[in-house]
Design a protein. Structure first.
Length: 693
């Protein structure tokens, strides 16, 4: 005899108890409600009452202290109801068994009515931190017969839709079993109910298949898999069978023996003080607590000709912990999201991220049994918010951890989870949300260019002058060349090459802007100096003629020049862009050579305002801590209340203020010259310089 299995699971509606429950030292409790078809047709579909038998098997299989069972028996009316009742009390368990045995087939079939009452029992009785689920058993489609009391088939279908919505809202799966004895089972309806609630659907032509079906449903609830171990045909004599325990991590091993008639003998040869036995006319269950890996020997005696199926169902008190480390695949570091997935973390679009998964025990400790990990496979599942497109990435295993790298291709919110699958159990990790973001490109490198006119065209790779952390292709543009850069004709190729054709000598500034696909941009000024080789030769000759004079002045020229000793603090009083720029601080001691332009200061701290004239405001070091400023601009520059004319050098003492109103007439900055205190750490170019008195 065979049955057909249709299994559906959707994380939107039901997920097993999370790792947090294990970390809190809790075991998952189960609330199971059975919705049983007791219409008259069940006389032919289940003449031996196997449905009642497998409910007993379920109660024997589960851990009594953690399990509650209820049922709703229906035909065209509700025949009997049992609210959720703990089976840890022997009398309660026996009472449930007696009530189910007393059910007698009669009447017609109203699936919606039975399902609605069963769902109500489950919804009203379940508690937090428990796993509720419902099992619907039916042998036909809805047939209300002549005693419908005004109820229609549409009413029944509306009840089914209402129960599906309730299951989705409260997060419990509905498993459906169709006994298709006479071909009247509404397969499409049963599969739809299971698919919409994250349950599984089974269709069988014989009640003899019910024990194996219920075993599979129970295995699904504890996120384990039924592992067939052997099948033997009974001879009436003792026969030997061997079951392999694959690892030492099982909390409990259930050896399930299914037979057409009650076994005459079932002996187990295994060294353990924690073995329990349950049996009935159709099954024998042998439970071994915390077994070691290895073989378990069985000796069985059954009725001659009976087929005895032997299966192993392992219960594992372990869960899956999954983490995301943003940018770790690029050695950028970043914070890891926890395994609960309660908040939305941020990552950079286009940057590789590291995903990891590991198994943890009841106390949150890592599971290290290599025999457990060896047959497992892990898969990273990525779901973007828009559009609805799923990506699956296989993970690699090393030293107790599954790992995978992934970069989010677009900005937006993504959901991700990790699936772990093996021959004996599976785990579905928590669902996490992550926001993939975009950041603007930044200018980098040396923006001072010197070239000789006679050497021909100058080619610069702008991709080396801008960096984009998202890895986006950049589009480059230039400012108005005739006004801001009269020295040369320019051209930018599609691959980001800037070509300069310089017909004359001189100095100039070229504003280059890089824009990414999201519209974020960065601009910087390229300072270009173009000279002539003939000028170089002329001055070389003049230098030779003056060699003797130069030698005489060599000592004077090589005397140590003053170096910067203080720092500048800059406060933008107003900006043309309206952007509020925080206070900037520049330790001048980090600039060698004794001179620095205001534009260079801006670039070091990524001030993005378009102020090309800042390149012509120059600071130089003086003796005894003085700071000289000189500019060749149309800016309004003053020290305190004293104006500094263009082309004139003025001195700043410590604690004096320099005010600059730039050529746009709007942007204004206040610069205060301060001494650096002793024992101050200065950070520049990722190095620390310590100044001591």
């Amino acid at each position: 005899m065979t049955f057909f299995l249709f299994f559906y699971s959707t994380h939107n509606f039901w997920l097993p108890l999370s790792a947090q429950a294990y970390a809190d030292g809790k075991k998952p409790g189960y609330d199971a409600v059975f919705v049983l078809d007791t219409s008259y047709s069940m006389t032919d579909s289940d003449p031996e009452g196997i449905a009642a038998e497998v409910i007993n098997m379920f109660m024997d299989m589960s851990e009594a202290s953690q399990t509650r069972v209820g049922f709703a028996a229906y035909s065209h009316r509700i025949v009997a109801l049992r609210p959720l009742t703990s089976v840890s009390v022997s009398s309660h368990k026996q009472q449930i068994q007696q009530e189910i045995r007393q059910l007698r087939p009669s009447g017609y079939t109203d699936i919606g009515l039975g399902l609605k009452q069963g769902a109500k029992l489950l919804s009203d009785g379940t508690q937090e931190d428990r796993q509720p689920f419902l099992i619907l058993l039916s042998d036909g489609e809805t047939d209300l017969g002549p005693s419908s009391a005004g109820r229609t088939k549409t009413d029944s279908e509306d009840d089914v839709a209402e129960v599906i919505q309730l299951a989705q809202e409260e997060g419990f799966p509905i498993h459906t079993i169709g006994l298709n004895h006479d071909g009247t089972v509404n397969r499409e309806q049963l599969e739809h109910i299971a698919a919409e609630t994250g349950g599984s659907s089974y269709i069988t032509s014989s009640a003899d298949d019910l024990p194996e079906i219920f075993n599979r449903i129970f295995a699904n609830q504890i996120r384990s898999k039924l592992m067939p171990s052997a099948a033997i045909t009974a001879t009436g004599e003792l026969q030997e069978a061997v079951v392999n325990i694959p690892d030492s991590t099982m909390e409990e091993a259930n050896l399930i023996l299914l037979s057409e008639h009650k076994l005459k003998e079932a002996q187990i040869y295994y060294d353990s003080q924690n073995i329990r036995r349950y049996e009935s006319n159709k099954y024998t269950i042998l439970k071994i607590g915390q077994p070691d890996a290895g073989e378990v020997k069985l000796k069985l005696k059954g009725r001659p000709g009976d087929l005895i199926k032997i299966s192993l169902l392992g219960s594992y008190a372990i869960d899956l912990q999954s983490t995301l480390t943003p940018g770790a695949a690029n050695a950028e570091g970043g914070s890891s999201s926890d395994s609960n997935g309660n908040s939305t973390s941020e990552v950079l679009k286009g940057q590789k991220n590291l995903f990891e998964a590991r198994l943890i025990g009841q106390e949150g400790e890592p599971v290290k049994d290599e025999a457990l990990y060896k047959p497992l496979t892990a898969e990273l599942v990525i779901n973007p918010e828009e559009p609805d497109r799923t990506e699956r990435i296989g993970m690699t295993y090393t030293d107790g951890v599954f790992r995978a790298e992934y970069s989010f291709p677009e900005t937006g919110i993504y959901d991700w989870k990790i699936l772990l699958d093996g021959p004996g159990f599976y785990r579905i990790g928590s669902i996490h949300s992550v926001q993939a973001t975009n950041i603007a490109p930044v200018a980098a490198g040396d923006w001072n260019l010197s070239a000789v006119r006679e050497d021909g065209d100058i080619t610069l790779n702008l991709n080396e002058y801008f960096q984009d952390m998202n890895g986006d292709p950049l589009v480059y543009t230039l400012s108005d060349q005739q006004e801001s850069f009269p020295l040369a004709a320019t051209q930018i190729t599609e691959d980001g090459q800037l070509i300069l054709h310089a017909p004359k000598t001189g100095k100039g500034e070229l504003i280059v802007t890089a824009t990414d696909p999201s519209g974020e941009f960065a601009s910087s000024a390229l300072l270009v100096t173009i000279s002539s080789k003939y000028t170089v030769l002329k001055w070389t000759a003049a230098g030779g003629a003056c060699a003797l004079a130069a030698a005489a002045l060599l000592y004077l020229l090589l005397r140590p020049k003053p170096q910067f000793t203080g720092r500048l603090e800059g406060l933008f009083l107003a900006t043309a862009s309206g952007e509020d720029i925080p206070v900037k601080s520049w330790p001048l001691t980090s600039f060698g050579g004794g001179t620095v332009t205001l534009a260079e200061l801006f670039r070091t701290l990524q001030v993005q305002e378009s102020l090309p004239e800042a390149a012509r405001i120059v600071f130089s070091a003086g003796k005894q801590g003085k700071l000289y400023v000189k500019h060749s601009t149309r800016c309004a520059v003053q020290i305190g209340k004293m104006p500094v004319p263009a082309g004139k050098k003025a001195a700043l003492d410590f604690n004096e203020k320099l005010y600059v109103t730039f050529e746009d007439g709007i942007t204004e900055i206040e610069l205060r010259y301060k001494a650096i205190k002793p024992n101050t750490n200065i950070y520049t170019d990722h190095l620390t310089v310590k100044i001591s008195s």
